[in-house]
Ligand binder design. Structure first.
Ligand code: 3NM
Ligand code: MG
Length: 497
């Protein structure tokens, strides 16, 4: 079996002491926390009696396996070996990483604690799969923490790791991190676009929370926002190809938006070109805004080429519910291949889901409540094994497991033709540059778009849709430039839940 993959976004470290756990049931808390958004669990019980610890570890593993979340055991490598969970976490005062590796084998995760750059680099050299960097702040959960790093101290460790060639080793930060400070900690510790932490590790913020699911959900949203700059920075750094097979209304606008966000656009509607273009490390947008029989054949050819090259595709089923031709086209395209992201308004996404909805042209219909929209994106994402982006005054984005709402944007976006289509182009740049997490990549595109619109309307010279467009392009460009220079102040405006 290969080494398990782990997402370290919200990393729960347990504590069984009365001061934190109280008289609550640890397994119940862990299950609720996972339902809320915890992506990785570490069972930490330094002093418990062996047989009790093994029993608890087994009970926790039964839960984490149910949700496909890795379980790691703190310090007690023998317990991890006995219950055959996904790995261990090794502190500076515990067994060495090499020794632990001998015991649990190559196919397990070994994490290590680091309180300074030297410890971090030593652990990376010894083969640590991720690092816990701390303590960020003093915490009553662990009274013997040696260094209080602050976000700036975490950042200096990240920079040192990157400089030593360990930029790819994931990190979480730990110590006094909670729902009240996570966004700030992530932003201030970020060395984006070079490296930022992959998540937060918390004990009391979840274990001692009144509502562990809500706390976990809140943390996941804040971590997602913290990663947006990495995605935007990755586009700025790599200038990925955005291959648009798009409608004749938006070609020029979409190309300009692609340039503004830092992508390299090509508008190429001839399917025969796709095989060559798919080799260039970019992503494809299939936008069926002015679909024709010939166009449909071209899309299919390109979808096969991009699937074959394992490169991302964004499907924008424009006006999917307007005519029977388009409804059929959507079915054909879904049957042709796999999409990384499918984006659309409520009428379009409902049509992709199989509903027969009469859209008036490309306009959206809104018949669903917020809860129904959230459930639609979640179930459709699961069914199609893709990311679904449902646009509207509140945007929803889901991969079937994680679902975020975004409240950024401005109504003027709805008064200019092609803003929806150019969001598809923007998302293509994001997924091309950040293939490791298509959901976060999509989220980043939506937030960047929405924040740019908000900033544009605040300009004194913007008086309506006409003056909005150039200001909007300028703001996208400004955000991308700021991010490339590690200036993340714009992220403060991200409204993600
Ligand atoms: N390790 P809380 S701080 C387990 O600095 C642990 O390595 C730390 O608890 C380190 O989230 C810590 O309640 C405790 O502050 C973190
Ligand atoms: Mg430790």
């Amino acid at each position: 079996m290969a080494k398990p993959t782990a997402n370290y976004a919200v990393y729960l470290v347990t504590d069984s002491t009365p001061a934190i756990l109280g008289n609550k049931d640890l397994t119940e808390i862990v299950e609720k926390a996972i339902q809320g958004g915890v992506t990785c669990v570490q069972y930490r019980d330094k002093d418990g009696e062996q047989s009790a610890v093994v029993a608890t570890a087994k009970a926790l593993h039964a839960i984490t396996k149910k949700y496909n979340v890795p379980l790691l055991i703190n310090d007690r490598v023998d317990v991890a070996a006995e219950i055959d969970c996904e790995g261990v976490h090794i502190g500076q005062d515990d067994m060495g990483i090499e020794e632990a590796r001998k015991i649990i084998g190559e196919n397990k995760i070994i994490g290590a604690s680091a309180g300074n750059a030297e410890e971090a680099i030593t652990a990376c050299k010894a083969g640590a799969d991720y690092l816990g960097i701390g303590a960020v702040y003093a915490t009553s959960t662990k009274k013997d923490t040696k260094t209080i790093l602050g976000p700036a101290g975490v950042k200096s460790i990240l920079v040192a790791m990157d400089a030593a060639g360990y930029g790819a080793v994931p990190t979480v930060c730990i110590g006094g991190v909670n729902t009240g400070n996570t966004a700030t900690v992530l932003r201030q510790s970020s060395a984006a676009p070079r490296k930022s932490v992959d998540g937060v590790a918390v004990v009391s913020a979840i274990i001692a929370a009144e509502d562990p699911a809500a706390a976990s959900r809140d943390l996941l949203g804040q971590v997602a926002v913290g990663k947006i700059a990495d995605v935007v920075g990755a586009v700025a750094k790599t200038a990925p190809l955005s291959h648009n097979m798009t409608n004749l209304v938006v070609q020029n606008f979409a190309a300009n938006i692609a340039l503004a966000v830092g992508a390299s656009p090509i508008m190429a509607n001839y399917g025969e070109e796709a095989a060559d273009l798919a080799k260039l490390g970019g992503a494809l947008v299939v936008n069926m805004g002015t679909v024709t029989p010939e166009g449909l054949a071209n899309y299919k050819q390109a979808i096969k080429a991009y699937n074959g090259a394992n490169r991302p595709i964004v499907l924008d089923p424009v006006g999917a519910g307007a005519t029977h031709v388009r409804r059929q086209a959507v079915k054909d395209l879904l049957a042709t291949g796999k999409f990384t992201v499918i984006k659309g308004n409520e009428g379009e996404i409902s049509t992709v889901n199989g509903a027969t909805i009469q859209q008036k042209g490309v306009d959206s219909v809104s018949a669903l409540s917020f809860e129904q929209r959230a459930s639609l994106v979640r179930s459709l994402a699961r069914r199609e094994e893709t990311v679904i982006l449902l646009t509207g005054a509140t945007d929803l984005v889901s991969d079937g497991t994680r679902t975020f709402r975004v409240d950024n944007g401005h109504e003027l976006l709805g008064n200019v033709t092609g803003t929806g289509c150019t969001l598809g182009t923007t998302v293509s740049a994001m997924v091309a540059a950040y293939p490791q997490d298509a959901l976060l990549a999509t989220l980043a595109g939506v937030v960047m778009f929405g924040v740019a619109a908000e900033r544009a309307v605040e300009r004194a010279d913007v008086k309506g849709p006409g003056t909005f467009v150039p200001a909007f392009i300028d703001e996208l460009y400004a955000i991308r430039k700021a991010t490339a220079n590690a200036d993340l102040r714009w992220l403060v405006a991200a409204k993600v839940e």
